[in-house]
Design a protein around this ligand. Structure first.
Ligand code: GLN
Length: 226
């Protein structure tokens, strides 16, 4: 199970979200605290951020902890909306930069923690990789991310063993689902963090129950059962 993080708020540096927190994604790449499937997230990473309304990405198939270029550049990358992930590849899935989240359709950035039987997903000509997460992303983009809740319920019904924690952003909204794995939210004075697990021990983190849709906008955070 991979780990992901989303930010919506004032512009902040990517380093402040991913590299600097005491238990941030950089540490979660080798020592996650709440991961129940897989121990290491060493099969790649991806950082997506909005430059105005334009999504931009930097992805790799190598471990995040060893990337000296990211460590050098991340303090200078600032954005109001970020989707970042570290990856623990499911057995049998390809390890390549295009299999690392976030995936995009040119508008949305999307990450998936979990696993899904590719046979229950439609064949896609637009998926970025053959990894299950890329096929799931292509399906969500095709259905329309506004219908994320319905799409997750129907995929979860078709594959009862699926774990479907999804995090998606379009630059003005974050959408996240819990379906088989952990998710926590931190409401800060300057914005909201949604993450697979808390990046520090701030008592303001709160855990989201399973099978919820979380929506973050400039008006706040709402949580709806799936
Ligand atoms: N199944 C996806 C992959 O192989 C996600 C894995 C995960 O959440 N650990 O990349």
């Amino acid at each position: 199970m991979c780990r992901h993080l989303g930010w919506l708020g004032s512009p902040v540096s990517v380093a402040s979200l991913v590299l600097e927190p005491v238990n941030g994604l950089a540490v979660q790449s080798y020592s996650p605290r709440r991961q129940s499937h897989g121990r290491l997230n060493a099969d790649g990473w991806g950082i997506g951020f909005y430059d105005g309304r334009t999504p931009r990405r930097w992805r790799s198939a190598a471990p995040l902890w060893g990337d000296a270029s990211l460590a050098s550049v991340a303090p200078a990358l600032h954005s109001h909306c970020v989707v970042a992930a570290v990856r623990s590849a499911t057995v049998g899935m390809p390890i390549e930069p295009s299999a690392s989240a976030p995936f995009t359709d040119g508008t949305w950035l999307l990450s998936h923690n979990g696993v899904v039987d590719r046979a229950v997903l439609p064949v896609s000509r637009t998926a970025e990789s053959t990894v299950d997460s890329a096929l799931l992303a292509a399906h969500i983009f095709a259905e329309g991310p506004d219908r994320l809740a319905d799409t997750i319920v129907s995929v979860g019904t078709a594959d009862p063993d699926a774990r479907l924690n999804v995090l998606a952003a379009d630059g003005v909204r974050l959408l996240a689902t819990t379906w088989g794995d952990t998710l926590s939210v931190l409401e800060r004075a300057d914005g909201v963090v949604v993450a697979s697990e808390p990046y520090d021990d701030d008592p303001d983190w709160h855990d989201i129950p399973d099978r919820q849709l979380v929506e973050v906008t400039s008006r706040g955070v709402t949580c709806t059962p799936l």
